[in-house]
Ligand binder design. Structure first.
Ligand code: BES
Ligand code: ZN
Ligand code: ZN
Length: 503
């Protein structure tokens, strides 16, 4: 599936010209334009701006915007930043996103954002928000002859001495956004077109396009002969067979590297333990873990990352059919451990069991992070505000939590109690069961299941550092996520890019 839509073009200018609509970010209760920021603004426009500020018609509250278009001096879009003392990276990102979401025909396709007196990190976050919100998925819509879907060009100006830093930050944000966009495209793609081998083909193409990227595909037959009973068991009920995709970036750089593993169920009907029909269409997003993994690879390549990073995606379509696995089946996973499949709708953990063991034993990880739209229980626990975060390693957990906070993509710590592991390993007839004993703590028992498939480091009896992100509540449908209009969010592409690169 071709990638459409490019990130908004952002240019940090050194001159004070205003091209197109003036975008003016203002702290709450501003009564005039910040002194020094007026240069280049035509007098009539400046007067109009100051009139609405003095009269209190625009109070510059956070989340607010006002368009002024009545003068010969051009048009302006005023953006409220809220109170200066309450400003955070996320509030600045949201203010930037408000620019994009406010744009109408009247604003045209060219903007000039005029910053003055703002911190570097605040300006950078504002620009990042503008870019992230500039995405819509319209591949399947007829093109309207009338509508102009050309890109937006945003010129940005600030004090001369802050120019270079801002330009660098905007460049990184634009690069990373290509990965976020790709993750959203993959997530939003309809499941008749986005099936396991379609994802794999797109990955293969990505590998061909970049010299420093290798893509390997383990197809259905290979998965069967390798003994990947989890991936095969879930995927065999569909005509569209499962596969595993392994991305390697900068494979010539030696040493243990970060490995990211994604759940890629291109459609989850539940299988024989079939789901109820309302909202079942949303299960096209059940591959968002793999979408984030692929998106991260794109973000790393675009931002010029130089070290080795691995992505592994476990792709399958979970369908009921005469060839589907049944509740009651016992499968042998790639690890050699057997699993009693008590519910075919708990399929994400089955495909991941093979992906995690393969990653741990074959790919030389420094740590493993998996991402999965794994449980409805995680949405019950955290709503759409945070992904659940489990880890066998406190340092890794804290690093991911901090990276998430920095990026405004919250990952909230959840427990890996021994009791949950016990619950998942007391099958009467197999090593592990894929369903908890009761319905409580469902996201924790799922994480405890995954932990059974993390190999130890070398000959030690300590597991490889591993973390699990349950993104069931954050991958789509979060109304509070101001960075997206609708659909797939591309969640955690930025978190992981920041974690891995520090950028
Ligand atoms: N893909 C679902 C989880 C899900 C549900 C994500 C709703 C987002 C929104 C997963 O495969 C699943 O069906 N999990 C079951 C597990 C249960 C059978 C133990 C669930 O959460 O009900
Ligand atoms: Zn399921
Ligand atoms: Zn699922």
């Amino acid at each position: 599936m071709p990638r459409l839509g490019e990130a908004m073009q952002v240019m940090v200018n050194t001159n004070e010209n205003i091209n197109g609509t003036l975008v003016l970010p203002l702290w709450q209760d501003s009564k005039n334009m910040v002194s020094g920021s007026e240069s280049g603004v035509p007098r009539s426009l400046k007067n109009q701006i100051e009139t609405v500020l003095v009269d209190g018609d625009f109070k510059c509250k956070s989340g607010s915007a006002m368009t002024l278009a009545g003068t010969e001096g051009g048009k302006a879009l005023l953006i409220g930043l809220g109170k200066e003392k309450d400003a955070t990276l996320q509030s600045m990102r949201e203010a930037g996103a408000k620019v994009t979401s406010s744009l109408k025909k009247i604003h045209g396709k060219t903007l000039t954002v005029k910053f003055h007196g703002l911190e570097d990190s605040h300006m950078a976050a504002f620009v990042e928000g503008m870019i992230l919100r500039d995405y819509s998925y319209d591949h399947y819509k007829a093109k309207d002859e009338e509508s102009d879907d050309s890109e937006i060009t945003a010129h940005v100006t600030c004090e001369v001495e802050k120019n270079e830093t801002l330009a660098k930050a905007a460049e990184i944000s634009s690069a990373v956004a290509t990965g976020v966009y790709l993750a959203r495209d993959l997530g939003n793609a309809p499941p008749n077109d986005m099936y396991p081998m379609a994802f794999a083909e797109q990955a293969r193409e990505f590998g061909r396009e970049h010299d420093n990227v290798d893509v390997k595909i383990i197809n259905y037959d290979e998965a069967r002969s390798l003994g990947m009973g989890g991936l095969v068991g879930v995927g065999m009920g569909s005509f569209r067979k499962p596969c595993m995709v392994i991305f390697e970036i900068n494979g010539d750089k030696p040493g243990p590297s970060p490995c990211i593993v994604g759940k890629g169920i291109t459609f989850d009907t539940g299988g024989i333990s079939i789901k109820p029909s309302p909202s079942m269409d949303e299960m096209k997003y059940d591959m968002h873990g793999s979408a984030t993994t692929f998106g991260l690879m794109q973000a790393l390549v675009a931002s010029g990352h130089k070290d080795r990073v691995i992505g592994v995606t476990c792709m399958a379509e979970n369908m009921p059919s005469s060839n589907a696995q049944r509740p009651g089946d016992v499968i042998t996973t790639y690890s050699g451990k057997t699993v009693e499949v008590l519910n075919t709708d708990a399929e994400g953990r089955l495909v991941l069991s093979d992906g995690l063991w393969y990653t741990g034993t074959e790919l030389d990880p420094s740590y493993i992070i998996d991402l999965a739209t794994l449980t409805g229980a995680c949405v019950v626990a955290l709503g759409h505000e945070a992904s659940g975060l489990w880890s066998n390693n406190d340092e890794l957990l804290n690093n991911i939590k901090e990276a998430g906070e920095h990026c405004g993509e919250i990952a909230w710590p959840m427990p890996l109690f021994k009791a949950f592991e016990k619950e998942m390993t007391d099958s009467k007839i197999a090593d592990v069961r894929n369903l908890g004993a009761g319905r409580y703590g469902g996201s924790n028992t799922a994480a405890a299941f995954l932990k059974q498939f993390i190999p130890n480091m070398g000959d030690s009896d300590e597991q490889i550092p591993w973390a699990h992100l349950d993104i069931a509540g954050t991958a789509w449908g979060a109304k509070s996520n101001k960075m997206v209009k609708t659909g797939a969010t591309g969640i955690h592409v930025r978190t992981l890019h920041h974690l891995i690169t520090g950028q």
